[in-house]
Design a protein around this ligand. Structure first.
Ligand SMILES: [Zn+2]
Ligand SMILES: [Zn+2]
Length: 173
């Protein structure tokens, strides 16, 4: 396998592949034509097809030849197909995105919400007065002593320092 792949990159191997490809494709086509002529000739009343086997020899030959040719011209094909299919691929991607955009937006919104919901716990409370980041759940700033949040007397939820009502239970703070 590895040998084959290294061969693929050498120009000489490609030349050989192209020659083999042309020979096999040519022979395959000849065999197929012979087989088909024999087959249709037999249908035309010349008895049983005797050379129809040629078709079954020609088909794999054509396949092998085609494979050799595609390997032999791999680089050219790759460039060609890349240039040709890139816009199509982009369209398909856009089309698929259109279909999944709503779902995608929902997912992103869900993730964002989850991250946001975690933020006060992960980030801790930032003092509105001096900007110091305090430990999660802290009620007063470590640095300046200003209140960081209002602890709800009813449910214990720590609300923003400027909150008027508890975000959890709605009680006036
Ligand atoms: Zn502070
Ligand atoms: Zn509350």
């Amino acid at each position: 396998m590895g040998e084959k792949y290294s061969f693929k990159n050498s120009g000489k191997a490609k030349l050989i592949l192209r020659v083999i490809g042309f020979v096999c494709t040519g022979l395959g086509l000849i065999f197929i034509v012979v087989g088909l002529i024999d087959f249709f000739g037999a249908m035309g009343g010349f008895g049983m097809p005797t050379n129809f086997w040629a078709f079954f020899v020609g088909a794999p030959l054509l396949f092998v030849g085609g494979s050799c040719l595609s390997f032999g011209y791999l680089h050219a094909f790759a460039n060609y197909s890349a240039g040709e299919t890139a816009p199509v691929a982009k369209d398909v991607t856009n089309y698929m995105l259109d279909g999944t955009r709503e779902e995608f937006t929902k997912t992103v919104a869900g993730v964002t919400e989850a991250v946001k919901g975690k933020e006060p716990i992960d980030e801790g409370l930032v003092c509105p007065n001096c900007g110091t980041k305090n430990e999660p759940g802290a009620l007063f700033c470590d640095n300046c002593g200003k209140p960081l949040g209002k602890k709800c007397p009813a449910c214990g939820e720590v609300n923003d320092a400027d909150a008027t009502y508890c975000r959890k239970c709605g009680k006036r703070l």
